[in-house]
Design a protein around this ligand. Structure first.
Ligand SMILES: NC(=O)c1ccc[n+]([C@@H]2O[C@H](COP(=O)([O-])OP(=O)(O)OC[C@H]3O[C@@H](n4cnc5c(N)ncnc54)[C@H](OP(=O)(O)O)[C@@H]3O)[C@@H](O)[C@H]2O)c1
Length: 255
């Protein structure tokens, strides 16, 4: 979308972590498309700059860094406030799933790192956007969890436990930040991104066969859900986890 095609600015601003590609990019794209200004983050500076250019540098800024780094978190919130004067929405999307294997042999240092990125970062950023803007002005937070946080997924135990923690964090924040700030989570099944590539590459039709809606997810599916959860249409929704899974969970109990 060129800036000439974009709608009038909405006057709202969002911070979306891990948004140089994949789901975070899809969320940023959906928010920009409705007129929001957005700050995107990611570790690789060049990839982030490319994403900012594609999204539209007149409405989007990038702040490079690691989600769990406290100095980076502060910088991201400060730069969003400087650039846009507000931070209405926070989308905690950056996540990691670095290990695959039985839970009996999980390296506990790796588990700590997974928690650091997937859970503690989300809490840290929520604290910062709360103090910088949301506690006085309201807004919404969306945490990108996973269906792995709702039911066991063999061999990605550390990831699943962290996403379950993220879902409980969502409820905690929703309770404590009400009534000013609504906090919800999204639990996607497989979405076609670099992160999930190994799960479908070369066998997409087979992978999609178990999805009642007949296909895997794409980033805009999650972008649409995040746009809803940060809009007035969801004004009476908080503490919830919206499962966006092409109907995959409907298979529970079958067979
Ligand atoms: N794809 C799926 O099937 C799926 C399903 C359920 C949930 N999710 C969740 O969705 C989120 C996004 O996943 P994705 O599939 O979109 O992944 P992706 O395509 O690999 O994109 C990840 C994005 O986050 C950035 N990033 C990664 N680690 C980061 C870190 N530590 N700090 C800051 N930025 C970081 C990446 O850029 P850099 O590499 O440059 O940092 C990139 O912009 C994750 O939380 C994941 O758990 C994904």
């Amino acid at each position: 979308m060129t800036s000439a095609e974009l709608p009038e600015p909405s006057g709202r601003a969002a911070l979306v972590t891990g948004a140089s590609r994949g789901i975070g990019y899809g969320v940023a794209e959906a928010l920009v498309a409705r007129g929001d200004r957005v700050c995107v983050t990611g570790r690789n500076e060049d990839a982030l700059k490319e994403a900012v250019d594609r999204l539209g540098a007149d409405r989007v800024i990038g702040v490079a860094g690691k989600a769990h780094d406290l100095a980076h978190q502060s910088e991201a919130v400060e730069r969003t406030m400087e650039a846009f004067g507000r931070v209405d929405f926070l989308v905690n999307n950056a996540g990691t799933n670095p290990v695959f294997g039985p839970i009996a042999d999980l390296d506990l240092d790796v588990v700590r790192k997974v928690f650091e990125t997937n859970v503690i970062s989300a809490l840290g950023l929520a604290q910062k956007t709360w103090h910088a803007w949301q506690k006085d002005n309201g807004g919404a937070i969306v945490n990108i969890a996973s269906i792995a946080g709702l039911a066991p997924s063999p061999f990605i135990g550390a990831y699943g436990i962290s996403k379950a923690a993220m879902i409980n964090l969502t409820q905690q924040l929703a309770h404590e930040f009400a009534p000013r700030v609504r906090v919800n989570a999204i639990a996607p099944a497989v979405v076609k991104t670099k992160f999930a590539q190994a799960l479908y590459e070369g066998r997409e039709e087979e992978a999609a066969a178990s999805y009642p809606l007949g296909r895997l997810g794409v980033p805009s599916d999650i972008g649409g859900a995040a746009a809803f959860l940060t809009s007035e249409q969801s004004d009476w929704v908080t503490g919830q986890t919206l499962v966006v899974d092409g109907g995959l969970f409907l298979n529970a109990g079958v067979g």
